[in-house]
Write a protein that binds this ligand. Structure first.
Ligand code: DAH
Length: 358
């Protein structure tokens, strides 16, 4: 019995002093392993008399249980201490921003609007605006497109519900109504551009129901078609960043200009790449013309004194051309992978001095 008590004290003291689970395991093997001290004593029970065994058996079993549970408790305490230490060293500050680095980027449409605005600002144009939901008068009638005019059909217009007086507003089908609003609000001479959203009921690889245009309007006493051509040519050279741009003006028809033209720029497809400004192919980029005298009259501008030019261009289309995005619908899908690929750094502000694009 004396043996058992001494052994217990010794083992419990060693267990209490064990610094890690490896030391604990050593103690366990030395006491309870096959050749351990307690196991040896257990084996001795066989040689004892029944009398001796009666008292030694329970005492040995008691020792075994005490040592076993002391080891378990010590192991648990060591693991708890280890976990506490880990939790302290791996503490996370949940008040930190989720992503410390800036991830957003500028959409190509916004970038191209900034580029175009920068180019025209250098030529003395200011930016004008109009609403997306427009009166029929500004979108059509004042632009010399009266009710029943066939040009209305070409616009695939979204109409708002009819009002009690029978009139309907529209989602503007082009940025040309900003011409009317500007001429009604400001006395000539005028030199404005108007970028913005436009809407038509149309959707395929190169058309989306919402798209963007930029309108330009110049009104004064001496502007003529030569100025229109020079202005568009200067714009194309700056925008596509080429020294010479092959251009052609094709006679066309718009109710709000006379004469009217569509502008094509020369291009060449080199393998998969589109080269702008040279080559034997043509790409249409805008409609233009001299402002129709009737439009001037609708805005209270005297056509005997004033004249000018206007043009309208699809922003998404020139963004596709310049940055090589093949499907217009992807512009408005909000697919993060697309945005990361085609997006621009917010620090990349277009200036003519630095070059308008990246
Ligand atoms: N508004 C026309 C369209 O969306 C484009 C246009 C053509 C605008 C000629 C103009 C212009 O200012 O002079 O199809």
């Amino acid at each position: 019995m004396q043996d058992i008590d001494t052994l217990r004290e010794d083992l419990l003291a060693r267990i209490a002093a064990a610094a890690d689970s490896a030391a604990l395991e050593q103690i366990r093997v030395a006491a309870l392993g096959k050749k351990g001290a307690i196991s040896e004593l257990m084996r001795g029970l066989g040689q004892m008399s029944p009398e001796e065994r009666k008292s030694a058996g329970p005492a040995l079993n008691g020792l075994k249980d005490d040592v076993d549970s002391a080891i378990r408790a010590a192991r648990e305490a060591l693991e708890d201490a280890l976990l506490d230490a880990r939790l302290v060293s791996e503490r996370i500050d949940v008040t930190l921003p989720v992503l410390p680095e800036a991830r957003g980027s500028i959409h190509p449409v916004s970038q191209v609007i900034d580029e175009v605005t920068e180019i025209f600002a250098q030529m003395g144009f200011t930016v004008a605006e109009g609403p997306d939901i427009e009166e029929d008068f500004y979108n059509f009638t004042a632009l010399n497109i009266p009710p029943e005019h066939p040009a209305r059909q070409m616009h695939d217009t979204f109409y708002l519900p009819e009002r009690p007086d029978g009139t309907r507003r529209v989602l503007r089908t082009h940025t040309s109504p900003v011409q009317i609003r500007t001429m009604l609000n400001t006395k000539p001479p005028l030199r404005i551009i108007a970028p913005g959203r436009t809407f038509r009921c149309d959707s395929d690889q190169t058309h989306t129901p919402m798209f963007h245009q930029i309108e330009a309007l110049v009104i004064d006493e001496s502007t003529h078609m030569g100025h229109l051509k020079g202005c568009i040519e200067a714009f194309c050279r700056a925008f596509f960043e080429v020294d010479e741009v092959k251009m052609r003006f094709r006679p066309s028809y718009f109710p709000f200009t006379e004469p009217s033209a569509e502008v094509d720029i020369g291009c060449r497809r080199d393998g998969g790449e589109l080269r702008i400004g040279e080559g034997d192919d043509w790409l249409e980029i805008m409609g233009c013309g001299m402002v129709h005298p009737k439009v001037l009259e609708h805005c209270g501008v005297d056509p005997a004194k004033y004249q000018g030019f206007a043009f309208g261009m699809g922003i998404d289309r020139i963004a596709m051309l310049k940055y090589g995005a093949p499907d217009l619908r992807a512009f408005f899908d909000s697919d993060l992978r697309w945005l990361r690929h085609y997006g621009f750094s917010s620090l990349n502000v277009p200036t003519l001095g630095q070059g308008v694009s990246r």
